[in-house]
Design a protein around this ligand. Structure first.
Ligand code: ARG
Length: 461
């Protein structure tokens, strides 16, 4: 019954409506393991400060071990009266070591510094898992790039045919943002690597407890500089949530292409049966549900970030109960990515590309017109004029319903004497690809190098 962590100044208990509103164990229970780790570290600094005897410390640590085992086995669970994870675990602790010793653990700490620390511990763990999932996807993209290294496709701008590119180049263009997302997570971790434990409610502790010792115990390089900041800041949570949303958006852009590519009209890819779904009424259907769920869930991830930022906006220092609302969105972001990434990676890894179809479309839509213009520039024609001449080639083709390579030598010469038959060198997809050989370009040699650098970037993480 006396599970509440406060009550001395209250004549009665909370109303049921308040208790229900206040309850957070249904989402913060996932932090139980971290809370117990925090309690161990806290017990040690209480001992170091002379507030616990060696024997009391040993009994506390043994009690925390038993509690942790019972939490892990599910034997100890929060009950409705436990306001939050901290309250529940204090009850469990007291049940195991008795009220005398159990009542000593809370000295010098507050749920405010506890929760701020636990969220960081949890997110730092999850960041590593999410990064691993993203790197698996990058590896799948790299494998597909290698498996289809010779396939050309229509590169697009405005969704219109623009210039031919290698499919591998296009796939790697989806991989690099994901590598940067992993770098963002790493970078974020450096800022998350400061423990708020020891900040107390907001002003720090008067009991001679060493925050740096707790920090080291909990895997942080150090403790926060400012106890108000330590308990009230949630930029670390918001930034994590941003990276999660960015990953969602990066997946969504690839998802959109998979959806388009798998249409009858495109016919660029076939989804593996294990990563596609059917229709309950139309027997012929094979739907790209994973890609659609990725696209849909990216909206949810953006919403998690927007909700969190909106909660933080306008909050005065230091702790306010509003801050409890940080956890559900960021936990949702973590859960969403962990559900999504393996399915998405499986889908990408098992895509079958229709290389012949892509190659056939690569030169269509006059996508070699830029090659004519740039060939003319190499023959010393000023680009403004070259652009006009290449445009004239397109106009003639359009009038006659033919494609650029179909122009005869006489057609070319009629447009301009500068357009000698040698221009045909670049009027092929391989010629066009080959010519884009500067660093970062789609020339096969450059793409092969790029693929190696991508693998190296993956291996470096
Ligand atoms: N459950 C709270 C949170 O998630 C921590 C508890 C702080 N409560 C309080 N009354 N100061 O932020």
């Amino acid at each position: 019954e006396v599970t509440r962590l406060w009550g001395g100044r209250f004549a009665g208990g909370p109303s049921e409506a308040l208790a229900r509103l206040s309850l957070s164990t249904h989402f913060d229970w996932r932090l139980a393991r971290h809370d117990i780790a925090g309690s161990r570290a806290h017990a040690r600094v209480l001992h170091a400060a002379g507030l616990l005897t060696a024997d009391e410390l040993a009994q506390m640590l043994a009690g925390l071990d038993r509690l942790e085992a019972d939490v892990a086995s599910g034997e100890f669970r929060p009950v409705l009266e436990d306001e939050d994870v901290h309250t529940a675990l204090e009850r469990g602790f007291i049940e195991r070591v008795g009220p005398e010793l159990g009542g000593r653990l809370r000295a010098g700490r507050s749920r405010n510094d506890q929760i701020a620390t636990l969220v960081r511990m949890y997110l730092r763990e999850q960041a590593r898992l999410v990064a691993g999932g993203v790197l698996d996807l990058v590896a799948a993209l790299a494998d597909q790039a290698l498996a289809n290294i010779d396939v050309a496709m229509p590169g697009r701008t405005h969704l219109q045919h623009a210039q031919p590119v290698l499919l591998a180049h296009h796939l790697l263009a989806h991989a690099w943002p994901l590598v940067r997302d992993v770098e963002r997570l790493r970078d974020w971790d450096r800022r998350a690597d400061a423990s708020p434990y020891g900040s107390g409610a907001l002003a720090g502790s008067s009991l001679g407890l060493d925050p740096e010792a707790v920090a080291a115990d909990l895997g942080f390089s150090g403790s926060v500089e400012n106890s108000i900041d330590g308990t009230a800041a949630r930029d670390v949570v918001a930034e994590f949530s941003f990276v999660a949303a960015m990953i969602g958006v990066d997946l969504s852009r690839l998802a959109e292409e998979v959806i388009l590519w798998s249409t009858k009209e495109f016919s660029f890819v076939t989804l593996d049966d294990a990563f596609a779904t059917g229709s309950s009424i139309m027997p012929q259907k094979k739907n790209p549900d994973i890609a659609e769920l990725a696209r849909g869930k990216s909206g949810r991830l953006v919403g998690d970030l927007a909700g969190l930022l909106t909660t933080l906006k306008g909050l005065p220092l230091a702790y306010n109960r509003d801050l409890q609302e940080d956890k559900e969105p960021v936990f949702d972001a973590v859960d969403t990515l962990q559900l999504l990434l393996p399915a998405f990676t499986g889908m990408v890894a098992t895509l079958t590309f229709n290389g012949a179809r892509m190659a056939e479309l690569a030169p269509q839509g006059f996508s070699l017109a830029t090659d004519i213009a740039e060939w003319l520039v190499r023959q010393r024609v000023p680009f403004r004029e070259a652009h006009e001449l290449a445009g004239a080639c397109v106009r003639v083709c359009e009038e006659r319903g033919i494609d650029l390579p179909d122009l005869s030598d006489a057609d070319l010469a009629a447009i301009s004497p500068a357009l000698t038959p040698r221009v045909r060198e670049v009027l092929t997809v391989p010629g066009s690809l080959e010519s884009r050989s500067a660093r970062g370009g789609t020339a096969p040699k450059r793409v092969a190098e790029q693929l190696e650098r991508l693998r190296a970037a993956v291996d470096a993480h």
